[in-house]
Design a protein around this ligand. Structure first.
Ligand code: RNT
Ligand code: ZN
Length: 418
């Protein structure tokens, strides 16, 4: 039986519940996932005086073949993108600037340093997102940046963030779609602080300066990303969830929730509906924490599915900006991108193929027996046949056949990088 025939059979099963499968595939095609470039080189970046990764995050593993320059990174992204259905965005960090071998400090980066990324994105019909890089730098060595007690250091990072927003605006203008410029800082303390307020006051002040200049939302959207702890900042994080949630609400910027940045039993899926009642848009970093904020490649886990259900059920595909944030250096990096992104898309498809209206009615009728029974039965509905068909009509490999492509690429390209 062909993929198409299997699809037609599956469709009949979903139609019994009033689910329009063709419509789901149309909707799915419109969804843009922001694919993080930093999976390709373990967040090293290509600065002239490259520093070790800092800020309490870590890419562990030594799988060979990581990208050593921007051309290689784009080549690897091209490969991954050819295995992922749909048209997406790529998420950059300031350390991916191309400065022609000249040293340009972070507070001096300019749109022109991202010209190659723009040409590449245009050629491939991609959007771009951006992040100031507020770690892996001598002015972040003590783990403090925008909340630093030293004004000179704060000012340096403020200038970097302002420069980054200008780059975001440029990317948005060039590519005809808004760029999300996301701000995350590592600031915190290893041990019990004696002053929790001071650093937060300083961070608030720095952010107010950074966001003072309004930029047209047609080109650039700003977000702030909170965190609960990092390596070396186990006791206190300046930019906590409460801090940024309040800041975002009062200053008209977006809250970005990273799925690895909460307490272990706290889930982002539950936060989406609450946030959307008070914000037009929110942003996500979809990651997979294993015991800590480990940033494993995302799998089609229950929580990933739940997250996708919340976006789909709340009709929020244009309100939730879905970005990925994982960096596994122990497996083939192109494979990590490919499976992680495919899993995100699969989770959305899974959510679209549920009898969501019926399930909601059952809840309102307090019929919890049927609600649970139906949810469980749908877990074994033939979503795979629909997914395979979606891959086929989007000209990307069906099922695990993408892995052969990655292996071929590894042999011909990655293995030659020493
Ligand atoms: C760190 C944050 C942040 C980074 C990237 C590289 O804990 O999740 O988003 O992972 O900016
Ligand atoms: Zn993140």
């Amino acid at each position: 039986m062909s993929i198409k025939e299997k699809y037609e059979l599956a469709k009949k099963e979903y139609e019994k519940w009033g689910i329009d499968v063709d419509k789901a595939l149309e909707d799915l095609k419109k969804v843009k996932i922001s694919i993080h470039c930093w999976q390709g080189d373990d967040i090293a970046g290509f600065e002239v005086n490259q520093k070790e990764l800092s800020g309490g995050i870590a890419a562990t593993g030594n799988y060979p073949g990581k990208a050593r320059n921007a051309e290689e990174l784009r080549k690897d992204l091209d490969k991954a993108l050819s295995l992922i259905p749909g048209k997406h965005k790529v998420n950059l960090h300031a350390i991916y600037a191309e400065t022609d071998g000249k040293f340009v400090d972070r507070d001096e980066i300019k749109p022109e340093h991202f010209g190659n990324w723009v040409s590449w994105a245009k050629k491939n019909g991609l959007g771009l997102d951006f992040n100031p890089t507020i770690f892996s730098h001598e002015k972040a060595d003590d783990g403090l940046t925008l909340s630093h007690p030293n004004k000179e250091i704060r000012d340096f990072w403020i200038r970097h963030c302002i420069a980054s927003r200008k780059i975001g605006e440029y990317l948005g203008k060039e590519l005809g779609q808004p760029c999300l410029t996301n701000l995350w800082i590592p600031d915190g303390y290893k041990d019990i602080p004696s002053d929790r307020l001071g650093p937060r006051q300083r961070l608030k002040d720095s952010l107010e300066q950074i966001f003072k200049e309004k930029i047209d939302k047609k080109y650039n959207l700003d977000s702030v990303e909170s965190k609960v702890f990092g390596i070396g900042a186990e006791s206190y994080t300046v930019g906590s969830s409460e801090f940024y949630m309040n800041f975002a609400a009062k200053n008209d910027v977006l809250c970005l929730m990273d799925t690895g940045h909460y307490h272990p039993t706290e889930v982002v899926s539950d936060k989406i509906s609450a946030m959307l009642l008070f914000s037009d848009k929110i942003a996500l970093h979809v990651s997979r924490p294993v015991r800590w904020d480990s940033d494993h490649t995302i799998i089609l886990s229950d929580e990933l599915k739940e997250l996708a259900k919340e976006i789909v059920r709340n009709d929020a595909l244009d309100k939730v900006i879905i970005g990925l944030d994982f960096f596994d250096a122990s497996i083939n990096r192109v494979a990590a991108w490919t499976m992680g992104t495919r899993n995100m898309i699969k989770a959305l498809l899974n959510a679209m193929l549920l009898p969501n209206k019926k399930l909601k009615e059952l809840q309102d009728e307090e019929n919890y027996t049927d609600r649970l029974a139906l949810m469980e039965e749908f877990k074994t509905y033939p979503m795979g046949a629909v997914w395979d068909y979606y891959c086929e009509i989007n000209n990307v490999p069906v099922k695990e056949s993408w892995l052969d492509e990655v292996k071929k690429y590894e042999k011909e390209e990655l293995s030659k990088r020493k």
